[in-house]
Design a protein around this ligand. Structure first.
Ligand code: OGA
Ligand code: ZN
Ligand code: ZN
Length: 497
C-alpha cells in the first residue's frame, strides 16, 4: 500500500470510529431525551429545555468517554464547542486551597477563575436559559459557596474546560467564553479609576457648537436607519441634535417617539403643549424668561431626553432657546474651583413641585446632587433647576454661605457666553437634547393679538434610546455602542461583544 493509501485507510478508520462514537452519542441523547420527555411532558417551552438538558448530559458523558468527540464539528448537541475557539488554553492548574483554577492561555498569560464563579456561570440548559440570556441557577439557594470540583479537565484540543461538581453536575465552558469572562486582578483594577467624562465617548462643546449642531430631516430619521442611528448617536455623543422639516401637525412628536420606542409619560401627559396658559402651573407656560435648567429633577427616574418641537414661533424679539453643555462647564469648574465641585457633587438638593395638569393633581419631591456622579466619579447628570429647588440638604447655617458660593461658581460659568448659545426654533424644527447633560432655557417674549408661540414638549427615557441605538448598531454592523458596562471593557472584563 502506498503511503497515501495507508493514510486514507487510517483516516477512513478514524472517521468510521468517530461516526460510531457520534452515533452512540446521539443514541444516548435520544434515550435521555425520551426518558426526560416522558417524565416531564409538560408545556412546550419546558420540553424544549428538557430536550436540551438531555442532549447536554449526553454530550458531557461523551466528553468523559473521549474528549476527541468534541472535535466532531457536526454533533450539534448543544455543547459550546461547535465552532473553533479563537482563544486556546495551553494548561490548567487547580488551587483548591485558594478555591480557584488558573488557566494559562496559548500566549502564556494566565488568568484565575474562582470555583464559585465558574459554577455561577455554568452555561448548561439547567443553569442558563440561552433564548433570553438569563441565569436559571440560583447559586445562593443551590450551590455551596465553598464548592470544589471533583474533576477539572481540559479537552484534548484545548478548546473546552469540563468541570465536574460534587453533586455530579457538569459544567462545560469553551475557551472563548472563559476568555470573555476573565477577571481583572487587584493590581489591574487599581490602575483603573474612571474620573474623565470623556470615557463615556462624549465630545464636550462650548458656544461654537451653534454652528455644528447635527441636523437630520424628520422623514429621513423615520425612513433611513443609518440616519436614525446618527441621530441617536449624536444625542449620546454631543447631547444635542436638531430635527428639521417636520410637519407642524399634531401627533408628529409621538410618531418619532413610537418609532424609536415610546415616549415617557409624566404628570404633564405624554406630550405637553408649551404656550402661555391662562392659569399656568409652571413658569414654562408663561411668556417669562426661563433660566437655564434641566427638566423634572424631582422625579426619581428623571427623564433622560427632552424633545421640544416648534409649531409656532413669536416673530418679534424673544423666544430663543438657550443651550449649554453642563458637562463641559463642570469640567471647567473641577479645574478652576475644585472645592465648589466637591461641594456640588456631594450635597443633595431637594426639589419639589405640586399642581394640577391634564392627568390631575400631582405632588413630586426628590433629592439629588446638582452634579451627580457615578461610582467611578464620572458625571452622570446635571440637575440644575432654579424654579423647583427648595434647599441644600444637610448644610448648616455656618456652611450655607459657602454652599451658595459654590452654586454661584457653577451658575456663572453656565451662563458664560463662551459656554452658552442661543437658537431660535423655526416652525417645523425640533431640538432634542440629553436632559441630564444639556441645560436649556428660553428668552422671554411679548404676546400680541396676532402672534403667539407654541411648542410641544415630550420625553424619552435613556433606556429606550440606548436600546434602540444598540439594536440599530448591531443591525448596521456598528456594534453595540452604548453599553452601561462598556467602561469595564477597558479591562477586558465583560468585553463588549
Ligand atoms: C420646558 C421649557 C422652553 C421653551 O417646557 O421645559 O423649558 O422654549 N420650555 O418654552
Ligand atoms: Zn449547569
Ligand atoms: Zn424645560
Amino acid at each position: 500500500m502506498s503511503r497515501n493509501a495507508t493514510l486514507n485507510a487510517r483516516d477512513n478508520h478514524t472517521t468510521k470510529s468517530r461516526e460510531l462514537e457520534f452515533a452512540s452519542t446521539i443514541q444516548i441523547a435520544k434515550t435521555q431525551e425520551r426518558n426526560l420527555v416522558q417524565v416531564h411532558s409538560v408545556k412546550r417551552l419546558e420540553k424544549k429545555k428538557i430536550i436540551m438538558i438531555g442532549a447536554w448530559r449526553a454530550a458531557c458523558a461523551s466528553f468523559r468517554l473521549s474528549s476527541q468527540i468534541l472535535r466532531c464539528q457536526h454533533h450539534g448537541l448543544g455543547t459550546s464547542s461547535h465552532h473553533l475557539s479563537k482563544f486556546l488554553m495551553s494548561n490548567i492548574k487547580e488551587s483548591p486551597a485558594k478555591k480557584m483554577v488558573s488557566i494559562t492561555w496559548k500566549d502564556n498569560k494566565t488568568d484565575v477563575f474562582p470555583y464559585i464563579y465558574l459554577r455561577d456561570n455554568c452555561q448548561c440548559p439547567e443553569c442558563f436559559f440561552k433564548d433570553s440570556n438569563q441565569r436559571l441557577v440560583d447559586v445562593v439557594r443551590d450551590v455551596d459557596i465553598n464548592v470544589k470540583p471533583t474533576k477539572v479537565e481540559l479537552s484534548e484540543d484545548k478548546t473546552n474546560l469540563s468541570i465536574t461538581w460534587p453533586d455530579g453536575h457538569v459544567t462545560m465552558l469553551d475557551a472563548d467564553f472563559l476568555f470573555k469572562k476573565r477577571l481583572p486582578s487587584e493590581v489591574e483594577l487599581k490602575g483603573r479609576v474612571y474620573t474623565d467624562v470623556t470615557t463615556r465617548k462624549v465630545e464636550l462643546w462650548g458656544s461654537e457648537f451653534k454652528k455644528h449642531i447635527p441636523r437630520m430631516k424628520f422623514h429621513d430619521i423615520l425612513n433611513n436607519e443609518a440616519v436614525e442611528f446618527e441621530f441617536l448617536d449624536s444625542l449620546y455623543r454631543y447631547g444635542l441634535a436638531l430635527v428639521t422639516d417636520m410637519p407642524t401637525e399634531e401627533g408628529q412628536v409621538e410618531k418619532l417617539g413610537d418609532h424609536i420606542g415610546y415616549l415617557r409619560m409624566t404628570a404633564y401627559g405624554k406630550t405637553i403643549v408649551v404656550s402661555t396658559r391662562l392659569k399656568a402651573n409652571s413658569v414654562a407656560y408663561t411668556s417669562y424668561t426661563l433660566p437655564l435648567h434641566s427638566d423634572l429633577p424631582y422625579y426619581e427616574a428623571k427623564p433622560g431626553i427632552q424633545l421640544l418641537f416648534c409649531h409656532e414661533q413669536i416673530p418679534s424679539e424673544g423666544g430663543d432657546n438657550s443651550l449649554v453643555d453642563s458637562f463641559h462647564v463642570a469640567e471647567q469648574l473641577k479645574k478652576e474651583d475644585p472645592h465648589a465641585y466637591e461641594l456640588l457633587t456631594t450635597t443633595h438638593v431637594l426639589f419639589h413641585t405640586a399642581g394640577t395638569d391634564i392627568l390631575g393633581e400631582y405632588d413630586l419631591e426628590g433629592a439629588r446632587p446638582l452634579l451627580e456622579l457615578d461610582q467611578n466619579g464620572r458625571l452622570l447628570r446635571c440637575n440644575h433647576n432654579e424654579g423647583t429647588r427648595q434647599c441644600f440638604l444637610g448644610v448648616s447655617a455656618e456652611k450655607t454661605q459657602e454652599m451658595y458660593e459654590a452654586y454661584y461658581s457653577l451658575t456663572t460659568r453656565l451662563k458664560d457666553p463662551n459656554n452658552m448659545f442661543l437658537h431660535k426654533l423655526s416652525p417645523g424644527e425640533m431640538i432634542v437634547f440629553d436632559n441630564d447633560r444639556v441645560l436649556h432655557g428660553r428668552m422671554g417674549y411679548t404676546l400680541t393679538e396676532e402672534a403667539g408661540r407654541c411648542l410641544e414638549s415630550a420625553y424619552i427615557d435613556w433606556d429606550v434610546a440606548r436600546s434602540r441605538l444598540n439594536v440599530l448598531g448591531k443591525r448596521l454592523n456598528k456594534g453595540p455602542v452604548a453599553r452601561m458596562d462598556s467602561k469595564l471593557s477597558v479591562t477586558g472584563q465583560w468585553s463588549v461583544s
